[in-house]
Design a protein around this ligand. Structure first.
Ligand code: OMD
Ligand code: FE2
Length: 453
């Protein structure tokens, strides 16, 4: 097995099987990978001395005592232990990155909201300075809830690294390509793919092709998991083998650098004399992962009626209440609509969960106009919404032949908690003031006489 040097200087393990170079297939698998032969201890975690003079270190993603089917941790064999940095943390300000609880004065969150895409910027914006929080929900201190963000990235992080102690991050690119060089390996990410970066994992974000824009769901709570499929059975929706975890990759760089930590909503930096991406080998089940949304196999109504959107759940992060997610990540992608005698788009509804949506590309069936790629909408807890007038009239008069919904990919971050707009979302981002007018023209058809109108 030979290692490989990447363009950014990292040394990466040779791919061990599979067809995707640099990644290992599976969701929540117990992986093992080494960028140098023999770097990974066999049969034990903590030998008296590790090969190559590496230090052993455990990264625990769940409590030590979590039930074994949920227990996640990874053993890292690294050039230096993480604790070797110049100790003192200094507070820094990233004014656009907000954390729950955060309910700004003068911003109303009760409502139906829609935004045009936040425009790209000419400024040099990194993963940290380019993060723009749109909504927050719950409370980071009790590890419940989430935040939604838009990122605008034009510059790579240089000699700079980051980790979030607050959250795992679900990343949904919409334009541009990014490279996440992490302690556990390298993930390249393009639109139509998503990635999950676990809480506590150190990484650097580089621009492969800019400018970059996308959406992020910051999950303060229990980790994302695949939903149970129930009677659907063992296949379809998101399949485990389509998730890809990077093989080990490390760099041995002695350059003065900074490490930024997000911790209970505050940002702190410390100096570090070397790259913390120095894990030569690792094994475990707590690791970053990416997934190609085009491998999501949607299942739907094959005779009549419109099922609840939970049928399109890609990932679910549980809350303490069974069946009531802290966050569901739901995907509305290309599919056939075949239901007979059915109003095919989403029905009108009010929902105890709050629904934040983003458009990755194409047209969304409930909103043919106005909800554009890069744009977002929020239908907050128990606030009514549904198809606009145009969608309603179109779908209630359409000839119901099988129809392909093509070139369409939108998603929803759905949480049991109300989502609060940030000042940025309410005042700076391109909010569509006339959004609610899309339901204005809905007419009264009832005239007291029976029969289909
Ligand atoms: O509001 C939305 O557009 C999302 C949605 C889609 C759907 O098919 C059913 C319910 C729902 O909330
Ligand atoms: Fe909805």
């Amino acid at each position: 097995m030979t290692s490989q040097e990447l363009p950014n200087g990292m040394v990466r393990a040779a791919a061990n099987g599979g067809t995707t170079e640099g990644y290992m297939p599976g969701f929540g698998n117990d992986f093992e990978t080494e960028a140098l032969p023999g770097a990974l201890p066999q049969g034990m975690n903590s030998p008296q001395k590790c090969n190559y003079g590496l230090y052993g270190e455990q990264l625990s993603g769940t409590a030590f005592t979590a039930p074994s089917h949920q227990n996640e941790r990874t053993w890292c064999y690294r050039i230096r232990p993480s604790v070797k940095h110049s100790g003192r943390y200094a507070r820094i300000d990233l004014p656009y990155w907000k954390t729950a609880p955060h309910v700004p004065e003068g911003v109303t969150s009760l409502g139906q909201y829609r935004w045009d895409p936040v425009p790209h910027s000419d400024e040099p914006l990194t993963w940290l300075t380019g993060m723009r929080t749109m909504t927050t929900a719950g409370d980071v201190n009790t590890q419940v809830g989430m935040a939604s963000h838009i990122y605008l990235v034009t510059r790579s992080m240089e000699d700079a690294y980051f980790y979030s102690a607050d959250s795992e991050m679900l990343i949904v690119p919409q334009e541009g390509r990014l490279r996440f060089s992490t302690e556990l390996g390298v993930i390249d990410l393009a639109p139509q793919e998503i990635a999950i970066l676990p809480r506590g994992l150190v990484y650097r974000v580089e621009v492969l092709e800019g400018p970059c824009r996308g959406f992020v769901c910051e999950n303060y709570g229990q980790k994302f998991d695949l939903p149970g499929r129930g009677p659907i059975g063992a296949n379809c929706m998101a399949n485990r083998r389509d998730f890809k975890t990077p093989v080990a990759a490390f760099e041995d760089r002695e350059t003065p650098s900074t490490l930024t930590i997000k911790w209970c909503g505050q940002f702190h930096t410390c100096e570090i004399g070397h790259s913390p991406l120095d894990v030569v080998a690792w094994h475990g089940n707590y690791a970053p992962v990416k997934y190609d949304l085009s491998t999501y196999c949607p299942v739907g109504a094959v005779l009549f009626d419109h099922p609840d959107p939970s049928i399109f759940t890609v990932l679910t992060a549980p809350s303490g209440v069974e069946g009531t997610a802290n966050i569901d990540f739901v995907l509305f992608r290309e599919r056939w609509a075949v239901a007979e005698d059915t109003f095919r788009p989403p029905w009108y509804h009010k929902n105890v969960m709050s629904e934040l949506m983003g458009n990755i590309y194409g047209q969304y069936d409930a909103k043919p106009q106005g909800f554009v790629p890069g744009g977002m909408s929020l239908h907050n807890m128990m606030l009514p919404h549904g198809p606009d007038r145009e969608a309603f009239e179109g779908a209630s008069n359409a000839e119901l032949a099988p129809a392909k919904l093509d070139n369409t990919m939108s998603f929803m971050f759905e949480t049991r908690f109300p989502q609060h707009l940030t000042e940025f979302a309410g005042k700076e981002a391109p909010l569509q003031d006339d959004y609610v007018d899309c339901w204005d023209g809905i007419e009264k058809k009832f005239d007291g006489t029976p029969g289909v109108k």
